[in-house]
Design a protein around this ligand. Structure first.
Ligand code: NAX
Length: 329
């Protein structure tokens, strides 16, 4: 079988890191061929075309075809998986309203182009920031495509949280599970360790032996470290997260398509779960079952966690109101 995958912003940094991993089979496994569509704006088209040439030179056995274009109708034609990476970054002096409007001008038309051109079962992952609200705009603009087929990337935040917890515990990251991200992919996000396990045992007990006062450690060390990790990478590396973001995107899409064996995190449409207003694209603990995200329900949420979730969700509500006021929804 062959899966058609459209990557927007394919001439950018994350796009460049994503393409070769997809062509190598990291996304869908060694038996699934891929057809890549690289969608760019005219200024980015040369970089995408260059990446397409390099993909040919990789002689990847799974890569059936690659095409770069700046025409969304061509880019999304027959697409099974859309990775919306290209977005408008916040420029100097840009207010939040300007940023939301500029991205609405990208994700609205892309949502429409997906509805008109993509394959019937298309699944759309939004990476470009502000990811949750961009996903909301794209979903609202894609008439006839259920909102459940859109999700926003918060897996990088989860991977960062699991890695921080593993490091603190002195355990391999693969032994740390169930660290969901709640809310917005922003500084208000809530990485939640209250249900986390390490090597199958509750992480909080192991943590208490190491850090002592767990609530203080969460407030002062863990949550700010995870939420500000992007800034830390920029400071140390001199450039924003690229390969880790591409890797998290691969994790997210692979789990969505192939299924999960435990919880993970994704920004998905709320039907009112955990009191999150209906229709918002908010991050939740999720499983992927038969190609669909399912929110993990029935978890105990204490007052402290509730306040954290509410604060991040309030930010999503504000963003939704702002894009509504701009006529983008
Ligand atoms: P780059 O600036 O390197 O690349 C963006 C590319 O998108 C450029 O080539 C640009 O020409 C293209 N583009 C812009 N508008 C487009 C449009 N309408 N259609 C198609 N292509 C378009 O940024 P990069 O470092 O690759 O980051 C991409 C996005 O990912 C940014 O919005 C960034 O904020 C976001 N991120 C999201 C993360 C997440 O966890 N959700 C983490 C990583 C990253 O920060």
């Amino acid at each position: 079988m062959t899966t058609t995958i459209t990557i927007t912003g394919a001439g950018g940094q994350i796009g460049y890191a994503l393409l070769f991993r997809i062509a190598a089979g990291d996304l869908l496994g060694p038996d699934e061929k891929v057809r890549l569509r690289l969608l760019e704006i005219p200024q980015g088209l040369g970089a995408a075309e260059g990446a397409a040439l390099e993909l040919q030179d990789g002689a990847f056995g799974l890569l059936e075809d690659v095409e770069a274009t700046d025409d969304a109708a061509v880019g999304f034609d027959g697409c099974d998986l859309a990775l919306l990476v290209g977005a408008r970054p916040r420029g100097p002096g840009m207010e939040r309203g300007d940023l939301l409007a500029a991205n609405g001008g990208i994700f609205g038309p892309q949502g429409r182009a997906i509805a008109e051109n993509a394959a019937a079962g298309v699944r759309v992952t939004v990476v470009g920031n502000p990811a949750n609200t961009n996903a909301l705009i794209a979903a609202a603009s894609a008439e006839g495509v259920p909102a459940e087929r859109f999700s926003a990337l918060t897996r990088l935040d989860e991977n960062r949280a699991r890695a921080q917890l593993a490091q603190t515990l002195g355990m391999p990251v693969g032994t740390v599970r169930r660290v969901p991200i709640w809310g917005n992919h922003s500084a208000t996000q809530f990485p939640d360790i209250s249900h986390a396990t390490v090597a199958g045992l509750p992480a909080s007990e192991a943590l208490a032996k190491i850090v002592g006062d767990v609530p203080a450690w969460l407030e002062q060390t863990f949550i700010p470290r995870v939420a500000k990790r992007g800034a830390e990478i920029i400071q140390v590396r001199g450039s924003s997260s690229v390969a880790s973001a591409a890797s998290a995107t691969i994790d997210h899409v692979r789990d969505w398509v192939l299924g999960t064996d435990d919880w993970t995190s994704a920004g998905v449409v709320s039907h009112g779960e955990y009191g999150v207003p209906e229709g918002l694209i908010s991050s939740f603990p999720v499983r992927s079952v038969e190609g669909r995200w399912r929110i993990v329900e029935g978890l105990d949420i204490d007052d402290w966690a509730r306040a954290r979730i509410d604060a991040s969700v309030a930010e999503l509500v504000e963003e939704r109101e702002a894009v509504r006021a701009l006529g983008l929804l």
